[in-house]
Design a protein around this ligand. Structure first.
Ligand code: SAM
Length: 244
């Protein structure tokens, strides 16, 4: 397990900060849309409560060098919570709903401003954890750096779930996955469950998996950044691989 960096703040302070940030934001509940080819049934919404974040965070066992992903991050509360706690190197949210992604981006800007003003007043320093959001379909994403991820798969169809797990398992650094409903894969070893409070259930048991090493060595293309992934249509697309 990576060493703890201990640069962040405690649960209560992180929640107080999030309450400020999200006071200005509209909710992730309600309809959303995507131009990706996925069934709209996947875009149903619910979220982890502030109270539920503490036990989930402990189960993630994040430390220095970890890169956390919330897969289907909604308006981004969990991503920003992980950032404020400050143990991981990076906290990333992927969301396919265009409206929710924009709300998460708004929250990210509000948190930047909040942390800036606290810093200017000499009251705090910025968390060591970087945070960002991407508008992306988690089941067609090329994962380069996650070590730990949460898959809020309650309303996701089986195709989205299995494609997502397969994409994640190609990433050599990936070591822990937490999901709401059980996942079956030979490389996922259930180690425990964690009780989490969310908007659809006072308490629900989430599954915590360790990622086992692959039976066969990973294909070379997964271990190194390929020089050419596919033909790109613009120069800017060549500079940055898709999904990075
Ligand atoms: C149950 S909500 C969870 C929000 C947040 N992770 C939390 O726990 O508070 C699931 C989110 O996943 C998003 N989602 C569903 N399918 C997706 C996909 N294929 N790619 C990215 N996001 C997806 C939905 O739009 C929704 O916002």
């Amino acid at each position: 397990m990576p060493a703890k960096s201990g640069m962040g703040i405690g649960h209560a302070d992180a929640i107080a900060c999030l309450q400020k940030v999200f006071a200005k934001n509209h909710t992730g509940f309600g309809v959303d849309s995507t131009d990706q080819n996925i069934d709209p049934g996947n875009l149903q919404y619910g979220e982890i409560t502030y109270q539920g974040m503490q036990p989930l965070y402990s189960a993630l066992e994040l430390g220095q060098g970890d890169v956390f992903y919330d897969l289907g991050c909604g308006v981004g509360k969990l991503v920003l919570y992980v950032a404020l706690r400050g143990d991981a190197a990076r906290s990333v949210g992927l969301e396919v709903g265009q409206r929710r992604f924009l709300l998460a981006e708004g929250a990210r800007c509000s948190l930047d401003e909040e942390l800036d003003s606290l810093k200017k007043a000499g009251k705090s320093q910025s968390p060591a954890t970087e945070y960002k959001f991407m508008l992306a379909d988690i089941s067609r994403h090329r994962y380069l750096d996650p070590t730990v991820a949460v898959l809020t798969n309650l309303c996701m169809d089986m195709g989205v779930q299995s494609r997502t797990v397969n994409c994640l398992l190609r990433c050599p650094s990936f070591r822990r996955l937490v999901s709401i409903t059980p996942l079956l894969h030979s490389r996922l070893k259930l180690v425990r469950s964690v009780l989490v409070s969310c908007t659809w259930a006072k308490i629900s048991a989430w599954q915590v998996y360790d990622v086992l090493p692959p039976q066969e060595p990973l294909a070379r293309s997964f271990l190194t950044t390929p020089t050419v992934v596919k033909r790109c249509t613009s120069a800017s697309a060549l500079k940055r691989p898709p999904g990075e």
